[in-house]
Design a protein around this ligand. Structure first.
Ligand code: DGL
Length: 279
């Protein structure tokens, strides 16, 4: 491939959460071509064993590379916790951008010295999170909550109903009582409920969505590899779940009609018949 040819970026998540990262990548690099995979057949990843999530991440990476992606954004904290090291070892020629809860900027910015992290169980269990706490949170108090059920609500397009409000109130109330002034979103589904988080937490609490930093890192890695920003801004989505509901969610969450194709798991391998394209 010459430097003149566009280099698609592959982005994946257990479901629609990674669209919060896709949105930031697109805002930052409008000409970037993107392949997006939502593994909705397996969502949520958060309660699953890390080894299983790692197998999904490997299968998805192979799928995206086969379809032309040259750089992979693991737009999922749970999948990053489960697989980032493994993916970098397994695909040494592929640059990966992974996610870890943004405890570092939170610890730097907090004035109260108390920070909240919202993420899924897989993320809290992974060695990556332990190392983030070890490196950056020595001098701050970190409170955690897994927001049970929140990923499923976002996957259903519920961004503000009573159920979502209850989950967030349960998570944030003890944190607010403990004096947090910063909330880290350690799951890519959660930025879609920032308005409600901000409403419950109040204007004095800063909410950190890591997506813009991930977009900047993606651009840095593209240019480090000599890959120019010369695509056409084309976006192709795939889901391992139902295509029609994914299309509606993409429209709801991003405001666009994007092409969505179905991809099928078979014996740990993902495949897609392009003629099934429904766009
Ligand atoms: N969006 C994913 C994350 O960032 C995981 C959600 C899930 O499937 O549990 O962790």
């Amino acid at each position: 491939m010459t430097m003149q040819q566009p280099v698609p970026v592959g982005i994946f998540d257990s479901g629609v959460g990674g669209l919060s990262v896709l949105r930031a990548v697109r805002e930052f690099m409008p000409e970037q071509d993107i392949l997006y995979l939502a593994d909705q057949a397996h969502v949520p990843y958060g309660p699953r064993p890390l080894l299983q999530v790692r197998e999904f991440a490997e299968g998805i990476t192979r799928f995206l590379l086969d379809r032309g992606a040259r750089l992979i954004v693991v737009a999922c904290n749970a999948a990053s916790a489960a697989s980032l090291h493994y993916l970098r070892n397994t695909f040494p020629d592929v640059p990966f951008v992974g996610m870890e809860p943004a405890v570092k900027p939170a610890a730097e910015q907090t004035r109260s010295g108390v920070v909240g992290v919202l993420a899924t169980p897989a993320t809290f269990q992974g060695a990556l999170y332990a190392s983030v706490l070890e490196r950056f949170a020595r001098d701050v108090t970190v409170l955690q909550d897994t927001c049970p059920g929140l990923v499923a609500e976002v996957e259903s397009g519920n961004l503000e109903g009573d159920a979502v409000r209850e989950i967030l109130t349960n998570a944030l109330s003890p944190m607010l009582q403990a004096g947090i002034d910063t909330v880290v979103l350690g799951c890519t589904h959660y930025p879609f409920v920032i308005p409600l988080i901000q409403e419950i937490a109040g204007p004095g609490v800063r909410v950190i969505d890591p997506a813009p930093a991930i977009a900047r890192q993606t651009r840095r890695l593209l240019s480090q590899n000599g890959w120019g920003l010369n695509g056409t801004g084309s976006i192709q989505c795939f889901t391992t779940g139902p295509v029609e509901s994914m299309k509606l969610l993409v429209k709801q969450l991003l405001g666009d009609d994007l092409p969505v194709e179905h991809a099928t798991w078979e014996g740990g391998v993902l495949s897609c018949n392009s003629r099934q394209s429904s766009h």
